[in-house]
Design a binder for this molecule. Structure first.
Ligand SMILES: [Fe+2]
Length: 326
């Protein structure tokens, strides 16, 4: 197996339709580095239900409890974390060879969800923290990962990246670094998350080296079995419930462990949860984010949980060691 698939682990620890707002530097809070990590799933239904101006389809609402959870997270980011960059890892920018970092200064275009184009046709226009993106790629390369800096300005940004970023910051006034999902693990029956630990370490080093104040976004749903037929009204909440009780119970098992803390046991539990529920965390976003945070000893704050076409989704915030939820 080539090093594209396996690398030695480090021995140590571990747009809007109109013109977007130009990124503004945050007021200068004292702490630098990674100030929070969030599980921030991207189902297009949540954006469809919100009816933002950037998205073409219109809805009558739906999935409110998850959207309220995102409102809490938005307030935390705006009022407490005040990051000068959002770093997102999302499973639908699939790169078969290596980990890619979007280094295009101003991606803009239309992102369409291929299975739900009637729900998600989103016009985006945002700014990349190119300097940080380049340092992440360099650090990852230095740790043995196959990496690439994406420079093509014609890139069409995937809906998982756009979805998470909109749900966390619909104003798009914070610069972004976007990481691809090297989805080789999908060729194997077991999750292969070791590389995500390395990518997390590289991300942390890059944030510290550049003096950024960063919030990390892991754009993953949890249990991932889903319906194959859609109601006539997509947001008909009478039809929305867990795919089955087995999937729901496993999501609760994972979330109870998350709430309880510390995060170290999640290294074992995440692969078990993937095996039991076909969880989207198989793409590695959650493992990347927790590794970047240094597998904190504290639990995560679960802002909300709900299902979308039967899949499990949770909005969760972790703080690094020495921080407290408030
Ligand atoms: Fe997805």
């Amino acid at each position: 197996m080539s090093k594209v698939f396996r690398v030695p682990l480090p021995s140590a620890r571990g747009g809007a339709t109109t013109a977007p707002r130009a990124p503004q530097p945050a007021a200068t809070p004292p702490r630098r580095g990674i100030v929070a990590g969030c599980l921030s799933p991207h189902p297009p239904h949540l954006i469809y239900a919100e009816n933002p101006p950037q998205n073409e389809p219109r809805s009558t609402g739906g999935w409110e409890t998850l959207r309220w959870a995102y409102e809490r997270l938005r307030a935390r980011i705006r009022e407490v974390h005040k990051p000068d960059v959002l770093i997102v890892h999302a499973p639908h920018w699939i790169t078969m060879v290596g980990h890619h970092v979007n280094c295009v200064p101003n991606p803009r275009g239309t992102s369409v969800e291929p299975i739900f184009p009637h729900l998600f046709r989103y016009h985006y226009d945002f700014h990349t923290d190119v300097e940080l993106g380049e340092v992440i790629a360099d650090e990852a390369n230095g740790l043995g990962l196959v990496t690439r800096k994406l420079r093509d300005p014609r890139v069409r940004v995937d809906y998982a990246t756009i979805g998470a970023l909109h749900l966390v910051n619909p104003a798009w006034d914070i610069p972004v670094v976007s990481l691809s999902a090297n989805n080789n693990p999908y060729f194997y029956s077991d999750a292969s998350l070791e590389e995500m630990e390395v990518l997390g370490e590289a991300t942390r080093r890059a944030v510290e080296a550049t003096g950024r104040r960063a919030v990390l976004l892991a754009s993953n749903s949890l249990s991932h079995l889903h319906w194959h037929e859609e109601p006539e009204l997509p947001e008909d909440m009478e039809r929305e419930h867990p795919y089955n009780n087995h999937q729901y119970r496993w999501d609760m098992k994972l979330l109870e462990a998350i709430r309880r803390g510390p995060t170290a046991p999640l290294r074992e539990l995440i692969p078990e949860h993937i095996e039991a529920t076909a969880s989207e965390t198989k793409a590695g976003s959650l493992t990347w984010m927790l590794a970047a945070l240094g597998w904190p000893k504290v639990g995560g704050d679960v802002f909300g949980y709900g299902t979308i076409i039967g899949t499990g989704n949770a909005v969760v915030e972790w703080l690094p060691e020495g921080s407290q939820h408030g």
